[in-house]
Design a protein around this ligand. Structure first.
Ligand SMILES: Nc1ncnc2c1ncn2[C@@H]1O[C@H](COP(=O)(O)OP(=O)(O)O)[C@@H](O)[C@H]1O
Ligand SMILES: [Mg+2]
Length: 499
């Protein structure tokens, strides 16, 4: 026998003054908050988006103005509602929205007063949330100012479009505005870089048929930052993988970035990103071309020095939001189980290209190097490095020693090789391989070395061309080719170098 389900009902709405404060703490950074507001502008079809900031005023303000579709007053009121649209509702293919929360949660995370001025077909509407009012009255009250005249930058709305203004920036400069303004400027700068990164595909508009969107910060044009360095000729684009999840297409495109030698110093640093190549390897997940997560293998692989040039673009439509567990901030996601398996296979395949870029160079050290100072030998589980005592410079020197000294000399070479600081090298290379360099020989000593080498080899009956060819592929001559050639030329012409 089941008990009758009898009950009374009470409407228990959230306490406005309390809930509104919790909505502030969903974990948005300034960057993520600005990006969320920009998402709305893009969903509204904007072609130009301006970030505006008055950082040194007594009461600093931040504004974001777009030339999108704008809203009617009824739409504006709906937009102001926390939870204006359900995450279950189907969205258009270009909509970057998700929970009907972003405008509010993003804004409240940074400020206590958010004003929206919007214009549609010549009619301007204005509404504001002021958290101090909500707190004092404990009601969800939206102010509707009669005129937007007092709102900074309202005059920028000439056609259709929307302006979002953040006032009372307590989180950025303190509630009394006494916070470090220089820090605010720095944070805005970082935000600009974040926008250039997250929206790079909108900013470049390079993909066929896609509209280009211009964005500026206080008048400064923002430039797309493409983490795949797509246009560089040394970037390796691997084949694209496409598959369906719930009937929706997921596209995966692995890329291996150009090796250090192939790019300028400035580009090498730029594409490393602030966290460096090792941390920035991995998947780059885009939802409707907007970057959500980057620099993670989603636990499918470790971020190794060896694979640091691998970046894999994943494109998903917004309809797969729930499956990927995209969060309110759009800063976190996780691949659904069937996708994980696909990604795992791609990762396994991928270890290879990135690794190949490095071993190709690793091998060059020994394979086509016919005059190595170092030898590398490998058997099943061991790789060892040693000094090559048969090197012409070593053997020629040894020949000049008496038996006892020659013996000492071999022992010393053995000692140097045995003391190769393998662990320190491993640690340093792991942290930043490019900054590990070998000690440069002084030009005089180097010229002497080239000369000795040349004399030894020509003493063995090698032609000038042969000698040059050998030295061209062997370090230290290989990496100081011009100097080497200069000395050889002088020797071949029978005059001492430098005359
Ligand atoms: N810049 C804008 N231009 C036009 N409409 C906007 C703009 N910003 C917000 N809106 C409207 O407000 C709604 C709520 O926005 P938001 O709180 O960010 O939630 P979501 O983007 O998830 O829908 C949007 O769905 C959109 O209809
Ligand atoms: Mg939104």
């Amino acid at each position: 026998m089941t008990a009758a389900r009898s009950f009374r009902e009470r409407d228990v709405p959230p306490r406005a003054s309390v809930l509104v404060e919790s909505l502030r703490d969903l974990g948005y950074s300034l960057q993520a908050a600005v990006a969320d507001v920009i998402d709305n502008s893009l969903s509204a079809g904007a072609r130009r988006i301006e970030l505006l900031a008055e950082t040194h005023a007594e009461a600093p303000v931040i504004g974001i103005v777009d030339d999108g579709a704008g809203m009617t007053e009824a739409e504006l009121l709906e937009a102001m509602r926390p939870g204006s649209r359900s995450p279950l509702e189907e969205r258009s293919a270009t909509d970057l929205g998700r929970f009907g929360l972003g405008l509010k949660t993003a804004s409240f995370s940074q400020c206590r007063r958010m004003v929206v001025v919007t214009r549609r077909d010549g009619t301007t509407s204005c509404a504001a949330w002021d958290l101090d009012t909500v707190a004092a009255r404990d009601r969800w009250i939206v102010e509707l100012p009669d005129s937007p005249a007092a709102v900074p930058w309202h005059e920028r709305l000439t056609g259709n479009g929307t302006l979002v203004v953040w006032e009372k920036l307590d989180r950025l400069v303190g509630s009394d505005g006494s916070g470090d303004r220089q820090d605010l400027v720095r944070q805005l700068d970082e935000t600009a870089r974040h926008v250039e990164f997250v929206f790079h595909r909108f900013l470049s508009g390079r993909e066929g048929g896609d509209r280009r969107v211009g964005m500026r910060l206080n008048g400064r044009e923002l430039r797309a930052f493409d983490p795949f360095h797509s246009l560089h000729p040394a970037t390796q684009h691997h084949p694209e993988d496409t598959f369906l999840l719930d009937g929706q297409e997921i596209r995966i495109r692995p890329v291996t970035l150009p090796h250090h030698d192939k790019v300028s110093q400035a580009d090498w640093k730029l594409y490393a990103g602030p966290e460096g190549y090792v941390k920035n390897q991995g998947f780059y997940l885009y939802r409707n071309r907007r970057l959500i997560v980057h620099g993670t293998w989603f636990g499918l692989a470790r971020q190794l020095e060896l694979t640091k040039l691998s970046r894999v673009r994943i494109d998903i439509p917004a309809s797969l939001d729930a499956a990927w567990k995209i969060d309110v901030r759009k800063a976190w996601a996780q691949p659904p189980a069937p996708v994980r398996e696909r990604l795992r296979r791609i990762v396994e395949r991928l270890g290879i290209p990135s690794r190949r870029t490095y071993t190709a160079r690793g091998r060059r050290l020994t394979d086509d190097n016919r005059l190595p100072v170092w030898t590398r030998s490998q058997d099943k589980n061991r790789i060892s490095y040693g000094l090559d005592t048969a090197h012409p410079l070593f053997s020629a020197f040894e020949a000049r020693l008496d038996t006892e000294a020659a013996d000492e000399f071999r022992k010393l070479l053995g000692l140097v090789a045995a003391a190769l600081p393998v662990e320190a090298l491993y640690a340093d290379m792991g942290a930043s391989a490019e900054s590990v360099v070998t000690e440069a020989l002084d030009p005089g000593d180097f010229a002497k070395l080239v000369e000795d080498m040349w004399r030894i080899l020509s003493g063995r009956g090698l032609s000038a061309a042969d000698i040059e060819e050998r030295m061209r592929t062997a370090d230290p001559f290989r990496s100081r080719r011009e100097e080497t050639e200069k000395v050889i030329r002088a020797l071949a012409e029978g005059r001492p170098e430098g005359q």
